[in-house]
Design a protein around this ligand. Sequence first.
Ligand code: AMP
Length: 290
Amino acid sequence: MLEITAPEEMRNWSRAERQRGRRIALVPTMGFLHEGHLRLVDRARERADRVVLSSFVNPLQFGPREDFDRYPRDPARDRRLATERGVDCLFAPATEAIYPGEPVVRIAPGPMADVLEGAARPGHFQGVLTVVVKLLHVVAPDVAVFGRKDFQQVTLVRRMVEDLSFGIDIDIAPTVRELDGLALSSRNGYLSTDERRAALALARALRAVEQGWRGGEADARALERRGMEVLRAPGVVPEYLVLVGEDLSPVARADAHTVVVVAATVGKTRLIDNVVLGEGLANDIAVRAS
Ligand code: AMP
């Protein structure tokens, strides 16, 4: 596996590969890889000849009181996992290489970034989209693969790529969960044993909504109440549980395309999860904890 840290070198490598007629896929991550990231790599491999995995903890998307400094990092382990999974090129730039100074020009994500995660984390999606644009410009892939786990993020990325005519395919991969339903996240490592148990309330709440809908209930507010009852478990501070459409706005009636999005804090850790009703949690990927 090739490892690149300099954006210019990354750009040159991509250009040379493209000139040889190779399709390039990009999997953007913040490192501390887990099976969720690695499934994106598998998917990228199916869609391209060369897979680039970027690992960059983006300071721009963290609020002043968030966990940028203590965000988990393990470059040696990432290198090993990426190599084993067949990544062709690991792009791991230093912060200063991506941001030689404070960027003055940034992406304005519009109103879809003001709700849900954006309401709780002001400026978060401006930071996400700005770094995604930079990575897309440096790597210039044909396709970029994102996880549905971060539903609002991938929705905004898709919308940006469309609205700003990037001409890049945005592919969405299903959420990877542990066998008990907990969605994999680099932040799960913050959870104590008790907190991890409490965190299962998120998947349980999604399942309760899904079962209600499959049972014939289509009123979104009734389904949300049902989910909230399950989410309100000991050790869990619910933030939101909402039924939204593809544009992230709340729906009145649920259908197969409706997405149930949930956020809650367990201990000091903020967790998010979601399910598309028509697909269901059972269609997500379940893996044994590593
Ligand atoms: P992160 O490193 O958390 O920024 O995530 C990098 C990419 O991996 C994003 O596209 C995430 O949506 C995706 N991802 C993170 N966790 C999961 C998961 N459990 N299942 C599927 N994709 C995931």
